[in-house]
Write a protein that binds this ligand. Structure first.
Ligand SMILES: Cc1ncc(COP(=O)(O)O)c(C=O)c1O
Length: 360
């Protein structure tokens, strides 16, 4: 632990009854806890001035570089409350290392993984009453992010960078049981090219996905599917989730990494599937293989995964001139993997992988 974090408690924290009211139906991303964590970086001083203060607006110079050139990275993770009241995060070191890789791509400084984990833990500890109980798969969503905070309009890596962590209670992704997604295949927009920043968790990737996501919604779909930029042939990922294809003989395919976000749920699922004896292939997977495989019955289940929804069955894939549908409910392996992961995250089964990290 190398950060020296000072804590100045909020002078107007929400009352216990206000917190209870919010936690009863938190939704997603609209309520924030009483505090936030901030750390500054400059080339000479390195990371310094780590502090937990009352949650509140930032005051930014209009020339702040991130507002112009989007030099920023972020992470998404959750804190889970177990039945005994303890609070845990899931593979936080993986989020920390992904932020290092993202920051490298965005020419931002390295925040050492142990400092990242220390910072996240510190905020969760201070705001621990905001971690909902695990019933109904509620959690405290954690958003670490790093941005170019130097006020300077030149195009070069910022000389002043700020890292922050904020937290927001999150309700169950599926309120009335797991429901399959309907996906829209965009044939106009791509998400990432070779040498681009597709593997980085950075705002620009999400900004560029919005118009495609809007197209998906316009076609009555939940999420957009992106294909590779070079050939428009290979399946990449959704706007915010990775994909898996279960085959009739039990082997499972997931698109290889390179231009997709290396999901932490995705990598956990590779281990879970292997433990269950399934062969997992990480390889290029064409859109025709998907359409033909579902049509012929060679592909028996398709699912998406990510921190928000854990594992979500895919019901239908639509595109401009057609659609293919799998089942109206999630397939058996999809639901089994989902349950395995959720049980580990909420401490209802033994974590044989060493994935859980105790915070409180
Ligand atoms: C583009 C994209 N792909 C995949 C994922 C899944 O990643 P993870 O499992 O780490 O949440 C996310 C989640 O944020 C995402 O934004």
């Amino acid at each position: 632990m190398t950060l020296e974090i000072t804590t100045t408690p909020s002078e107007s924290p929400r009352s216990d009854s206000e917190v209870a009211q919010i936690l009863a139906d938190p939704g997603f991303g609209t309520h924030f806890t009483d505090h936030m964590l901030t750390v500054e970086w400059t080339p000479d001083a390195g990371w310094h001035d780590a502090r937990i203060t009352a949650y509140g607006p930032l005051s930014l110079d209009p020339a702040t570089a991130v507002l112009h050139y989007a030099q920023e990275t972020f992470e998404g993770m959750k804190a889970y409350r177990h039945d005994d009241g303890s609070v845990w995060t899931f593979r936080p070191g993986e989020n920390a290392q992904r932020m290092v890789r993202s920051s490298h791509r965005l020419a931002l400084p390295v925040l050492e993984p142990e400092d990242f984990v220390q910072a996240v833990d510190a905020l969760v500890e201070v705001d621990q009453r905001w971690v909902p109980d695990g019933a109904g798969e509620k959690s405290l969503y954690l958003r670490p992010f790093m941005f170019a905070s130097e006020a300077f309009l030149g195009v070069r890596p910022a000389q002043h960078v700020t890292f922050m962590v904020i937290a927001s209670p999150a309700g169950a992704y599926f309120k009335g049981g797991v429901t399959p997604l309907t996906l829209w295949l965009t044939e106009e927009y791509t998400r990432a090219g070779r040498g681009g920043m597709g593997a980085a968790k950075t705002g620009g990737n999400y900004a560029s996905s919005l118009v495609a996501q809007r197209e998906a919604i316009g076609h009555g779909c939940d999420q957009v599917v992106f294909l590779d930029a070079a050939e428009g042939t290979y399946v990449e990922e959704l706007g915010g989730m990775n994909l898996y294809f279960v085959h009739a003989d039990g082997h499972v395919v997931t698109p290889e990494t390179g231009t997709i976000l290396e999901g932490i749920t995705r990598s956990a699922i590779i281990d879970l599937l292997a433990k269950k004896g399934h062969k997992v292939e990480e390889r290029r997977f064409s859109i025709d293989e998907w359409r033909d495989g579902v049509g012929s019955g060679e592909i028996t289940e398709v699912f998406a995964c990510g921190t928000a929804a854990v594992v979500t069955p895919v019901g239908t894939l639509k595109w401009d001139s057609g659609e293919v549908s799998g089942g109206a409910e999630g397939g058996p392996l999809t639901l089994e993997i989902r349950q395995d992961l959720v049980d580990i995250q909420y401490g209802r089964t033994e974590d044989g992988f060493g994935w859980m990290h105790r915070v409180v």
